[in-house]
Design a protein around this ligand. Structure first.
Ligand SMILES: [Zn+2]
Ligand SMILES: [Zn+2]
Length: 198
């Protein structure tokens, strides 16, 4: 496949031919990329600011704001089929470690972030896992919403935190619901474990 890879810090990424990603585990999902946002973090990565933190080996494929269509799924994946339009949560978690079982996925002991510490979405295909895949409404084009996978998620997190504070300060669940109503509906939240009402 074609992929834009970073070969060295402070150098312009280049278009390469690389092998397609393959399903390696039962929960893996291969996604055909429809859109991949360029985040300010990507520029910082090129400048080398993330080198020590991510520990990623060069060359690699950047791009952590990704959406597209399911191309292939592992043997244990249910609820997703080739052709489904999807947006990808940037954090890929295991679902099995103590943190994941507490619902504290962000501290997963075995997480990866494609585009930061593994190959990402500046390519034709990307490997992620089923926990990170959110099926899109069929009326949404992946390229139109890809950047929301990180940029939108940040705003969502801020609104969610603000809503909690308002509740503690004497608001009620209706305040929370109104906050959530402001959040762009980038996916069918009923299928998303991190939906507003979780
Ligand atoms: Zn970002
Ligand atoms: Zn985990």
């Amino acid at each position: 496949m074609k992929a834009v890879r970073l070969h060295g810090y402070e150098r312009t990424p280049v278009l390469d031919d690389v092998p397609d990603p393959v399903v390696a585990g039962p929960l893996d999902v291969i996604v055909r990329i429809g859109g991949a946002g360029v985040c300010r973090t990507d520029l910082h990565i090129i400048e080398g600011q993330w080198a020590a933190k991510s520990g990623v080996a060069l060359p690699y494929i950047q791009g952590h704001e990704n959406a597209g269509w399911v191309a292939e799924v592992g043997a244990a994946v249910t609820g997703l089929a080739p052709g489904d339009p999807v947006i990808l949560h940037p954090l890929v978690t295991c679902g099995l470690c103590a943190a994941c079982r507490r619902g504290d996925d962000v501290h997963c002991a075995a997480s990866i972030v494609p585009g930061i510490d593994a190959d990402g979405g500046f390519a034709e295909y990307l490997r992620t896992n089923a926990r990170a895949v959110v099926r899109l409404d069929p009326g949404l084009a992946p390229a139109d919403v890809a950047a929301l996978a990180d940029a939108g998620l940040t705003a969502y997190h801020a609104a969610k935190k603000a809503a909690r504070r308002r509740r503690r300060g004497g608001g009620d669940d209706r305040d929370h619901d109104r906050e959530c109503d402001q959040i762009p509906r980038i996916a069918d939240r009923s299928r998303h474990p991190q939906g507003c009402h979780a």
